[in-house]
Design a protein around this ligand. Sequence first.
Ligand code: AMP
Length: 468
Amino acid sequence: MSASLFELLASRFPPERSAPCFILSDGREISYGALESAAARVAGRLIAEGLRPGDRVALQAEKSPEAIMIYLGVLMAGAAFVPLNAAYTKSEVDYFLGDAYPRVFVTDPPTFVREAESAEALARPVPRDAGDLASLIYTSGTTGRSKGAMLSHGNLAENALALHAAWGFTPKDVLLHALPVFHVHGLFVALHCALLSGAPMIWLPKFADAEVLTGLKRATVMMGVPTFYTRLLANPAFNRESASNIRLFISGSAPLLPSTFAQFEQCTGQRILERYGMSEAVIITSNPLEGDRIAGSVGFPLPGVELRIGGGEETGVIQIRGPSVFSAYWRMPEKTAEEFTADGFFITGDVGRVDPDGRVWISGRAKDLIISGGYNVYPKEVELVLDELPGVTESAVIGLPHPDFGEGVAAICTGKGDEAGIIVAARQQLAAYKLPKRVIFVNDLPRNAMGKVQKNLLRQTYATLFQR
Ligand code: AMP
């Protein structure tokens, strides 16, 4: 067997290929056999059209089973898959196409797959080495140009195997898949766990309460971003009974609020398993399947992952080295060099600490660090205090240009509270320099498709808050 990720996944498909892989909300099912043969025809068509190993194939489209047929066909053909967020505008897409320079750009997966039916199926996957490029994942790029993280067959295979084992997947599982597939969470973490188990997925185009509640009755595992869990909790129809078939709820891509963890446990009796990952390394740490899952901690490094804190203090920027860590940013040698240490650790940009038990706690992004009057303020520390105060549901703490302090601390919150009262209450727990100078209530915090609060948008919106 070569190191082709496709070969690994296909070697775990169920022996009975008529077994379902995708269960769609209209009741249709698509079997593993149908997925495999469509992938082989897609690969055959791509090669017939001149695709060579190492070429890139980009895809921008709404989520569909056909997008996965194309993803697997691209891997089988020895090329690299470049998924693009369906929400990107033409000018954003132009940048990605100019940068990745794909030989093929797919915008209509169902038609592409249908047209491949007349192609000759590729008999055997193109052999790959572990270091060969499998996918280019563009980072969300909240600052500067979006970078293409180069993930190899080895990176993806190692991580998929580690997660499959860590989360106890078996062929009896049924995965509820409501995540987008242009991001590592839906495309690699969720999909690969199901494919490696030969298990079916309840395949939802997006998170919609009614379909998720129906899907939960048949599913055994759900993976989601924190927003999925807050939405379930806000739905009066969601209760202990709705969650009773699920053996594991997993959350990631953004911090899960301890209050969401607690409410979820109260409502369903189940403790959400939080894990931490990123485009550059897929999954890095996870709370345990067996043993304590602790709210606010992202758990332990996965086997084989070395994790340390840079800077010589207890809290600092998390650095990682291990089998799933990407090798470089596509065509950005200087950027790559800047973000790796001399001994080969990737500097994640996430700030955190490791407690004496070895659990990892994340306190924010280095670029979100606020420097107010010369003092460092970690937004997460302030947010944890504010989130516990009466009237505050969730807070996002940001630094804004301030004429005296350089940056002033501001808190944008959901809920209903009194600004002065909140500042006084927070003073009981926080040094004065960490206190928000303003607390502003809004109906919703802006979030991207993965549920991350878009602090860059908040910084833009409130840019002049402290200007005189
Ligand atoms: P992306 O590359 O889009 O997947 O974003 C990765 C970033 O998401 C990480 O660097 C973290 O800042 C954040 N992230 C992912 N999972 C978690 C988590 N469980 N808790 C806190 N932040 C997270």
